[in-house]
Design a protein around this ligand. Structure first.
Ligand SMILES: [Zn+2]
Length: 143
């Protein structure tokens, strides 16, 4: 499942964007939606990997049994979305380059699996080194 999210992240990198990808899977493991951070591509800071995958999945009667897979630990905004819609499981590619709010999700009953995938780490590390300005813009950090 992480392969789909990573393919989205790599596509984002190739487009000159922030390389974070995500995918939402149904209870049967079928792909419901996929997407990537489109801050640069769409000039829209509200399109994160998780929100893009969520929107790509369209209307769902229920999120019971679904899994959100993301290449990077989810921020407050995406963690809020996960709780708001009751997505019960999150697979995180890595949390080394950015520690988001997955601990907070776990406290609220979400099953969190951190894969610590070396390809996810390498992609983000390369991006942060190449584009510190864009990265700081994305995480809202002052330089
Ligand atoms: Zn986010």
């Amino acid at each position: 499942m992480l392969r789909v999210a990573l393919a989205e992240a790599r596509a984002g990198y190739a487009e000159g964007g922030v390389p974070i990808g995500a995918a939402l899977f149904g209870p049967d493991g079928g792909l419901l939606g996929r997407g990537r951070n489109r801050r640069v591509q769409d000039d829209d800071p509200s399109v994160h990997g998780e929100t893009a995958a969520f929107r790509d999945a369209g209307r769902q009667r229920s999120y019971r049994g679904t899994t959100m897979v993301t290449t990077l630990s989810p921020c407050w905004y995406c963690s809020g979305l996960i709780l708001q819609f009751g997505i019960p499981r999150v697979v995180v590619g890595e949390d080394r380059t950015f520690e988001g709010r997955h601990a907070w999700l776990a406290e609220h009953g979400v099953e969190v699996i951190v894969v610590d995938d070396p390809e996810c780490v390498e992609l983000m590390t390369t991006f942060i080194k190449e584009r510190p300005d864009l990265w700081n813009e994305d995480i809202g950090a002052d330089e």
